[in-house]
Write a protein that binds this ligand. Structure first.
Ligand code: ACM
Length: 679
């Protein structure tokens, strides 16, 4: 509770300060993704218990349960005790306070019409869309508009017309390196709908696990997993749940590499001799399907047929990444086959494999999709390429006439700041493509690879940063103001909690587990100032991860863009630009907390051995905060420090940058800026 309160407090404080600085003179509402067009007009629509929703037109039935959910979320937030408890097809009164009209039922497919208009006047709210899917998107905008003042809750009067910039706005969830439950998927589907995302990409097979029941080849899930997989009934349930929220589900079965788990039960599919065991380490491994045997395609033909029925989406992802073909090189029969068929190298052999898989997919009315590596000269044009290696690859694919989506720059497993993802545009102004080629760039996907996630921590790796990616893919390319994005993201982050997402609430539970009682304040003060190492450093320089390594350390509780540290950095930036007393007090107060925290941390660590790894980092944070406090004195007195003092502070900053406990101290940039201002 305390954390939530303090976050709300500091968020509103940031707004207040931004406003007082006149940086936010245009009215910016807390909407994310921001609508295409919005006019804020005079007045407020007041919410009370008589508020009702009415639905007219020809919507798909999913709209009634969605609208019922909207009523419940509204009532939970406002406690206005709505008289209308739920909606069904009889709720079509034009007198309803919130009137939704949809021309036609929407179909959950690529290119579905998600546009809507929302007009709020002081006595009526009207949401119109050509499909019910557009209405779902508009209802989320409505919920984000709910505001309050001394008189109660209201919706500001606005005229919004909105539609997505890109048709493919996805989130990949890797359920293989660590399994994620149906509950996790459902709450994240809700989160996706809240920020208008429309594709859940399930990465279902990997070296570390085969995560879906196959009735045709049961040894895939029974021997290829640790017992953690989705039954076909669960998959149907997830797909229906997603469809009810206007979200497609695209399955990925990675082949021919990343496929050890297939071979545990069916070693005859592999190019090596085996036997094979489920992989417990992370990285890129050599086991690869044998693309030269007819029996491989017979197997895959039956398997894909089974999965093609289960997953209704037109797109079917075959992975195709990171196969060097080491097992192919060592296999005499494969080498003979290549010679006989004039296949010159492993890339060509993989192309041969892809062409065979493509025939199977076409027979099953599916479009093939794969990672960059499937892009080979001569690849048929009706294939879609997901670019993970760079924007250049994506642009080349589009130039060659392939549909493509971007994931490079949206790897949310790498603990980068939301600002980096936000500024990563699938179609930047600088890209030289003609109009036809630009249309082939369909959007992008955030990728939640799960080497370092569990059900407990994964939401905090997805949210709130994925909302910034959702905005990049929905809203205008001209939305580039990072501070403004963060101020809205802070609000959205809190709203996402109402959907059951655990990105905020699990932190305190995880802190309590380490500390062993409910006094987590000292640990929390520390975690407020740190973020996990970025990139692949944790995998290469961390404690040595396998699929069973605990993910319950301080680094797993810490999050990218740690809000307290981020607000602190923002305060310092603003203070250095334009000093004032309220900012000075905030900065000094926070620095004193961090400086004094270390002594308490030493006492805590003497009782909690699992925290020993952060002792030196805590000491560095304290020293850095002392530097910050001294800087504030110099800045206030307009005195320049001695060169020797500056040299000593440089050592402190350098120490604070050392790689320890897999966390970085997130306030180093602010302290460095303070020091630079004194030179
Ligand atoms: C990938 O990250 N290997 C697609």
């Amino acid at each position: 509770m305390f954390r939530k309160f303090s976050l709300v407090f500091s968020v509103s404080l940031v707004f207040l300060i931004l406003n007082s600085f006149g940086q936010n003179s245009k009215t910016i509402l807390n909407l994310m993704p921001y609508p295409e067009k919005i006019i804020v007009t005079e007045g407020k629509f007041r919410l009370d218990s008589n508020f009702t929703i009415g639905i007219t037109g020809k919507p798909n039935a999913r709209i009634y349960s969605y609208a019922t959910g909207v009523l419940q979320r509204l009532d939970a937030r406002t406690i206005i005790l709505l008289k209308q408890g739920y909606l069904n097809a009889s709720d079509s009164s034009k007198d309803a306070s919130f009137l939704i009209h949809c021309d036609n039922p929407g179909k959950i497919e690529l290119g579905m019409d998600e546009s809507y208009s929302l007009v709020v006047t002081s006595d009526k709210i009207k949401l119109s869309s050509s499909t019910d899917i557009g209405a779902l998107r508009g209802m989320e905008t409505f919920l984000q508009l709910v505001a309050s003042d001394a008189k109660g809750y209201y919706i500001p009067c606005v005229e919004i017309t909105d539609k997505p910039r890109f048709a493919w706005r996805g989130l990949l969830i890797d359920v293989c390196r660590h399994f994620h439950t149906v509950d996790m998927l459902k709450r994240n589907i809700d989160g996706m709908a809240a920020v208008k995302m429309n594709v859940l990409h399930l990465h279902l097979s990997e070296d570390q696990g085969f995560r879906i029941e196959s009735k045709t080849f049961p040894k895939l899930h029974l021997l290829g997993s640790n017992g953690l997989y989705y039954s076909q009934e669960q998959i149907k349930d997830i797909i229906a749940y997603a469809a009810d929220r206007g979200i497609r589900v695209v399955p990925e079965f990675d082949m021919p590499g990343h496929s050890t788990s297939w071979f545990v039960g069916y070693p005859e599919l592999a190019s090596g001799k085996g036997p094979y065991k489920i992989e417990t380490q992370f990285g890129v491994f050599v086991p690869t399907m044998d693309p030269t045997k007819k029996s491989t395609y017979k197997f895959l033909s039956s398997f894909i047929k089974e999965m093609a029925v289960l997953f209704p989406d037109e797109y079917f992802h075959i992975g195709g990444d990171e196969n060097k073909g080491e097992e192919w090189d060592k296999n005499e029969d494969i080498q003979q086959f290549m010679k006989k068929n004039a296949i010159k190298n492993n890339d060509e052999l993989q192309k041969y494999f892809n062409q065979n898989i493509m025939k199977i997919l076409i027979r099953n009315n599916k479009k093939m999709m794969g990672w960059d590596e499937i892009f080979q000269p001569g690849l048929p044009k009706n294939v879609m390429i997901q670019s993970w290696r760079g924007l250049d690859n994506m642009v080349s694919s589009a130039k060659e006439g392939y549909q493509t989506i971007l994931s490079n720059g949206y790897y949310i497993d790498l603990s980068q700041s939301a600002s980096e993802h936000y500024l990563n545009d699938p179609l930047p102004d600088t890209v030289k493509l003609n109009e036809q080629q630009k249309k082939l760039i369909l959007g992008g996907e955030a990728t939640m690879w799960s080497e370092l996630t569990t059900d407990e921590t994964v939401d905090s790796r997805i949210w709130p940063r994925t909302a910034a990616i959702a905005e990049r893919l929905w809203s205008s390319s001209s939305m580039k103001d990072v501070d403004n994005m963060f101020s809205r993201l802070d609000v959205v982050s809190l709203q996402l909690e109402e959907l059951g997402l655990t990105h905020l609430k699990n932190r305190e539970m995880m802190m309590r587990r380490l500390v062993g009682n409910d006094s987590i304040g000292v640990l929390k003060n520390f975690i407020d100032a740190v973020t996990p190492w970025k990139g692949y450093k944790r995998e290469s320089k961390g404690i040595g991860y396998t699929t069973t390594t605990p993910l319950s350390r301080v680094v797993d509780i810490a999050v990218p863009d740690e809000p307290v540290a981020r607000h602190f950095n923002l305060w310092v930036k603003m203070y250095l630009k334009s000093p004032n007393d309220s900012l000075k007090d905030l900065i000094n107060g926070q620095l004193k907390t961090w400086k004094n925290n270390h002594d308490k941390m030493v006492v805590l660590i003497s009782k909690v051995p699992s925290l020993k790894e952060i002792e030196k980092v805590s000491e560095n944070l304290s020293a850095l905060s002392a530097t910050g406090l001294d800087c504030m004195k110099y800045i206030a007195s307009k005195q320049k420090p001695e060169a020797s003092w500056l040299a000593k502070q440089k050592t402190i900053v350098d120490d604070a940058k050392k790689l320890l406990a897999e966390v970085d101290i997130a306030i180093i940039p602010a302290i460095q800026q303070m020091l630079d201002s004194l030179k």
